[in-house]
Structures are given as structure tokens and as C-alpha cells.
Ligand binder design. Structure first.
Ligand code: IPM
Ligand code: MN
Length: 371
């Protein structure tokens, strides 16, 4: 029997609500397939600052280092966003964890469901065949370069530095991913201006030679942003550094009509972490309206990483069924509006009982289980 230890980090805002749904789904998976999950929760972000004074308490880090994988919901709190002088910030928890676990590849798949394309800010015809994935470097670059905080002379600085080996270790997996997909890698950088980007070009071009079956293209980030809006279907694997990846993944996330649908996985040398692309959405906290799908899809990516493909497949069927039938939380402008917790109940029921359990009547009354 397969048993996995999972560190559960609900974090801030809607985090605890969406994490509760992921836990329901894991419970259903465990009942159906007999997998065992040992879930242990830890504090991170503003919730951790509130209780311990630190965004990433030692106990949370130990929990994560000891786990087979980490599930994280979201960090961030408006109190800190409005205070540029705050020395301790919720985001430091997430950044500290990425560094400590050496999570160097962040994989963000962007899929557009045809039924959702009417809600995209792009015209539906632009969205046909959009299926891309961003490989974002996550443990280096300007996020982690030497910082000088604002001083009396009104000066501050962030250093954007990369080492060749940090580029190599994400570039090869990106090309390998393209081999399993549409055979194209686009390197996004700013090599016309930045020395660190020129190192990326040099290094990635050498690796590209190992993959003659993959089409290799390079785009400056400003052009890439434009191309993602003009013709997003041209992309397959986008390979890029930490900050460009951050920006382009938010941009890409709206293609699908809702930011609430995008999961991500972060692969490291010690462990892996799975989290939605969206943030802590403080305005929705406590209202049971948040979309738990990105969190549940992140859980699915975790199960895949464990090799539990049967379980991952059930989640995929459940989510696809809901999206195809326009069952969803309010951000998805659904035909059948469900709350966050109802959504979690529904996906869990589908995992346990199969989609046959559903019928019009049940959907209309937002009842997820007929048993
Ligand atoms: C993300 C987030 C984080 C980042 C923040 C919360 C530090 O925006 O995961 O995309 O910038 O990496
Ligand atoms: Mn981001």
C-alpha cells in the first residue's frame, strides 16, 4: 500500500477554504484507491506572522523537509501590501520555502476549455488550440539576488544574477517536456539589454542542439507579452527566468477565462510543492465563494508526481465534467453556481461514485451527493 506524507500549508485569505476542499478530495481518493496520506498542517505567510512573528516558522520548514510533497494554498495579506516599509512580509514565507526546498522549476500549464472561452478577455477564435506550459525558474534571478533596501539617500537595488548550472537544470526538463507535447520551446528573455539574459541564450542554445527534434525559438519578453495576447496558440513550452515567468503566467492565466483554474507544480532537488497560480484573494476570504479548482488541480499534479495516475485521472474527469457542464463557483459565470465547499463535495463525490451520480435535478439544487 502506498503511503505519502504531505505537508499542508493553507496560508492566508481564501487559502484555508480551498485547502479544505483539496483535503476532502484526498480523503475520497484514499477511500477509493486505498492510498494512504499522512497530512500535517503548518503555518505560513500572514497567518504565521500573526501567530509566531515569522512568515516561515522553523516547525513549518521541518514539516516540509520531512514530507514527500508540500501542498500550499496561498499567502498574502492587504495589511502588508499597503505598507512598503514592513520588514516582515507574508511573501517571505513562500520565497524562503522555495529557497529552502531548492524548488528550481515552476511548471504552470495553461489550458483553455472551449466552454470557458466566452469569458476570456480575448476573442474565442484566438483561443482555439491554446495549450501551453510555462517553465519558470523559481529559485534564483532577481528574486534572490543581493538586495539593498531603501536607504537615507533614497536608493535601493535588486541584483538579477544567474549561473549557468541554474539555467541548465531547468532548460533540459523544458525540452524533455516539449518532446511529450507539441515539440516547441520558446526561450523568453531580454537579451538585447540584460547580461543575465545573454547567459540564458548562450546556455539554452547549446542545450537546444541536444534536441534536434524540438523547434527552438527565442523571444524578448516585451514581444512575448504581445504575442501571448495576439496569438497564444503559437506557444508550447515557454522557458524563462523567475520574474518574467511570474509576470507572463498571470498574463496567460486570463486566457482561460478564470484565474481560479490554474494549478502549478514546483520541482526541487529535495522535495516538490504544489500550489495554485492565483493569490490569497482577501476580499473573498470567509465567504465560501472562492474557486477551489486550481487547488484541486494542484493536488492532482501532486498525485501524478507520486505515480498515482489512476487517482489523478479521476480528479481530471471530475473537473472536466464540471467545467464542460458549466458547474462552478461564481468567478466562472457558471450555469450552476456552487459554493467553494459544495464544489469540493461534488468533486469528492465524483471521485468516489463516478459521474453517473449526477443528474439535472441534483445540479439545479446544488446538491452534490445523492447517496
Ligand atoms: C507567484 C506569486 C509569488 C511570486 C509571490 C506571492 C511572492 O506571485 O507565485 O506567482 O511572485 O512568485
Ligand atoms: Mn505571481
Amino acid at each position: 500500500m502506498m503511503k505519502k506524507k504531505i505537508a499542508i500549508l493553507p496560508g492566508d485569505g481564501i487559502g484555508p477554504e480551498i485547502m479544505a476542499q483539496a483535503k476532502k478530495v484526498l480523503q475520497a481518493i484514499s477511500e477509493k484507491f486505498g492510498y494512504q496520506f499522512e497530512l500535517k498542517s503548518g503555518l505560513i505567510g500572514a497567518a504565521a506572522i500573526h501567530q509566531t512573528g515569522e512568515p516561515l516558522p522553523e516547525s513549518t520548514l521541518d514539516l516540509c523537509l520531512d514530507a514527500d510533497a508540500v501542498l500550499l494554498a496561498a499567502v498574502g495579506h492587504p495589511k502588508f501590501d499597503d505598507d512598503p516599509d514592513a520588514r516582515i512580509r507574508p511573501e517571505q514565507g513562500l520565497l524562503g520555502l522555495r529557497k529552502a526546498l531548492d524548488l528550481y522549476i515552476n511548471i504552470r500549464p495553461v489550458k483553455v476549455y472551449p466552454v470557458m472561452s466566452q469569458f476570456s478577455s480575448l476573442k474565442p477564435e484566438k483561443l482555439e488550440n491554446v495549450d501551453l506550459v510555462i517553465y519558470r525558474e523559481l529559485s534564483s534571478g532577481i528574486y534572490f539576488g543581493e538586495k539593498i533596501e531603501r536607504n537615507e539617500t533614497g536608493y535601493a537595488s535588486d541584483l538579477c544574477a544567474y549561473r549557468e548550472e541554474e539555467i541548465v537544470r531547468i532548460a533540459r526538463p523544458a525540452f524533455e517536456a516539449a518532446r511529450r507535447r507539441k515539440h516547441k520551446v520558446t526561450l523568453v528573455d531580454k537579451a538585447n539589454v540584460l547580461a543575465s539574459s545573454r547567459l540564458w541564450r548562450h546556455t539554452v542554445s547549446e542545450i537546444a542542439e541536444e534536441f534536434p527534434d524540438i523547434t527552438y525559438e527565442k523571444l524578448y519578453v516585451d514581444n512575448a507579452a504581445m504575442q501571448l495576447v495576439l496569438a497564444p496558440s503559437q506557444f508550447d513550452v515557454i522557458l524563462t527566468g523567475n520574474m518574467f515567468g511570474d509576470i507572463l503566467s498571470d498574463l496567460s492565466s486570463v486566457l482561460g477565462g478564470s484565474l481560479g483554474l490554474l494549478p502549478s507544480s514546483s520541482i526541487g532537488s529535495r522535495s516538490s510543492l504544489f500550489e495554485p497560480v492565483h493569490g490569497s484573494y482577501p476580499m473573498a476570504a470567509g465567504k465560501d465563494i472562492a474557486n477551489p479548482m486550481a487547488m484541486i488541480l494542484s493536488t492532482m499534479m501532486m498525485l501524478e508526481s507520486f505515480g498515482m495516475h489512476d487517482a489523478a485521472n479521476e480528479i481530471s474527469i471530475g473537473i472536466d465534467f464540471c467545467i464542460q457542464n458549466r458547474i462552478g463557483t461564481q468567478d466562472m459565470q457558471p450555469l450552476y453556481e456552487y459554493t467553494c465547499s459544495q464544489m469540493g463535495d461534488l468533486i469528492s463525490s465524483i471521485v468516489l461514485e463516478g459521474i453517473e451520480i449526477l443528474n439535472e435535478k441534483n445540479l439545479d439544487s446544488s446538491i452534490s451527493t445523492i447517496i
